[in-house]
Design a protein around this ligand. Structure first.
Ligand code: AMP
Length: 490
């Protein structure tokens, strides 16, 4: 079992990057990024990783977790840096596995930035794009590889990637990798890595499944968390609007019109549960005169990048996204997050609304809920340990609109316990396999049976599996004002 350390964030104000004793070449890159002090997860994790300990980190995107593992990894493998052109002098020493290509790309950008003054090479491989360029890069030799599991297995299968000299393994967003069904792929990959290695696991939650994964693959890990939190920051104003399913699009139009009227930004992320729903909603909003773009698993990498850039530049005001596509995206603080429907997994709700109210700024998290979703709302409220306020939709006339069930509703305690479920809620009943971790590689370092390669999942296909019900903590967004803008030099 993990060795627990203090869950209290180390007061990072007293720690500087210089205290870590990182090589000057790494320090220089950090300074160039404009970081003045480590974030809490960095302050806590980096010393342990530098000591060679296995580590479980409870942290989400936005906490600075990437640098928390990339910086000490660079330090630990720096002794292997070589200016030789020979590929043989550049075997893979560190492997970072991520669930989605977006996250892989972001981690790779971090790795390239922080190692830029060293002779270490890094690269990223992910599915859904041509293999040729990746093959050429891998053949040339690289020390730090960031990969999504399915594509890495492709490269291993064609003998382009060799993991026999990997010393450090990172499982990033491990909870999401399990949700996406990557466990068999992870098992196959990990069993190709020498047992004498350091393993780091980062996850938004330490669910029983994650703990089991850690038991199988980590040795006496130290646990670090920035904080425990099952609720959004106080800076997020949360509102529920009860809206009939067919009226949700019009409700969004109303909400944005009302924001305009109040002089608030119209920029928002709108979460949907399915790719088809995502694409359909973006098109419908466009027809309603809202500058909208969709980002989901069926979009090519190029399309996603274009959409995200357009959103960042303001050319798109409503980014309609699925959870998987939005996961790991480095989207700046959002003034408003809208849940077009509630997620099947209550923890995803916290991830979603965590996109707003960052770094002390205020934000609105709005959820449109129809009768069929009341059970999901119950789950969310249970997880957050609070009731969410139900409010009427803004009273604004829009052309063709105003059909929503926007009567004020104040839920009585009786109503919360006696909700009627007029339509069936999505299935949450099928349990995960009794023991998905059918062997423990430290005891039995055999190769796993050839598992089916999950190309669909690799191309970041399936939405998070509703049936994988997770319990446990949800780590906090960084303490108010602690991250990002808080530390970057202006
Ligand atoms: P991450 O959680 O790793 O995705 O990081 C989120 C954002 O925080 C990225 O834009 C990083 O560049 C930024 N960041 C990471 N570490 C620091 C730091 N110590 N100070 C300021 N910003 C940071």
């Amino acid at each position: 079992m993990p060795t627990e350390t203090s869950a209290e964030p180390t007061p990072q104000a007293t720690i500087t990057f210089a205290d870590f004793g990182l090589d000057p070449l790494i320090q220089k890159a950090v300074s160039e990024q404009g970081y003045t002090s480590p974030t809490p997860i960095q302050a806590q994790a980096i010393p342990h990783v530098l000591l060679g300990q296995d580590l479980m980190g409870a942290a989400q995107t936005g906490t600075g977790k990437t640098a928390a593992f990339v910086l000490p990894i660079i330090q630990r493998i720096l002794r292997h840096a070589s200016s030789s052109a020979s590929p043989a002098r550049h075997p893979i020493r560190a492997l970072v596995l991520t669930p989605t290509r977006e996250l892989a790309v972001q981690v790779a950008e971090n790795a390239a930035n922080y190692s830029r003054h060293t002779d270490l090479r890094s690269a990223v491989v992910y599915g859904g794009v041509d293999m040729k360029e990746q093959v050429a890069t891998l053949r040339g030799g690289i020390e730090i590889l960031i990969a999504t599991p399915g594509r890495l297995l492709d490269h291993i299968g064609s003998k382009v990637a060799n993991l026999s000299q990997v010393e450090l393994l990172v499982l990033d967003e491990a909870d999401r990798m399990l949700d996406m069904g990557f466990l068999p792929d992870l098992q196959r990959i990990i069993n190709l890595i020498p047992a004498q290695r350091q393993t780091l696991l980062f996850s938004a939650t330490f669910s029983p499944e994650i703990k089991k994964l850690a038991q199988s693959y980590l040795r006496n890990p130290v646990t670090v968390e920035v904080a425990r939190q099952n609720a959004a920051a106080d800076t997020v104003r949360q509102v529920i609007h009860m809206v009939r399913s067919g009226d949700k699009e019009k409700a969004i139009v109303k909400i944005l019109a009302s924001r305009t009227e109040q002089g608030l930004s119209r920029q928002c992320i709108i979460f949907t549960n399915s790719r088809m729903g995502c694409a359909r909603l973006a098109r419908a909003l466009e027809r309603d005169g809202i500058k909208a773009g969709a980002i989901h698993g069926d979009k090519s990498q190029g399309e996603r990048t274009l959409t995200l850039d357009a959103f960042k530049s303001g050319a798109i005001e409503a980014l309609v996204a699925t959870d998987v596509a939005a996961r790991g995206l480095d989207i700046p603080a959002m003034p408003c997050v809208i849940n077009h429907e509630l997620p099947f997994n209550a923890e995803d709700f916290i991830h979603r609304i965590g996109r707003t109210g960052r770094a002390g700024s205020t934000g609105d998290a709005i959820a449109l809920v129809d009768d069929s979703e009341k059970r999901l709302l119950d789950d969310i409220e249970k997880l957050m340990k609070r009731k969410l306020e139900i409010m009427p939709l803004p009273n604004i006339d829009i052309p063709g609109g105003n059909e929503s069930d926007d009567r004020p509703r104040h839920r009585s305690s009786r109503e919360t316990t006696q909700r009627s479920y007029s339509t069936p809620t999505p299935s949450r009943t099928s349990a995960p396999p009794a023991d998905p971790f059918f062997f423990t590689p430290y005891e039995s370092p055999k190769l796993a049976n050839k598992a089916e390669k999950s190309d669909a999942a690799q191309a970041e296909g399936a939405s998070p599996q509703p049936e994988v019900k997770k319990v446990g903590i949800v780590p906090a967004k960084p303490p108010v004002g602690a991250l990002l803008g808080g530390f970057k030099k202006k």
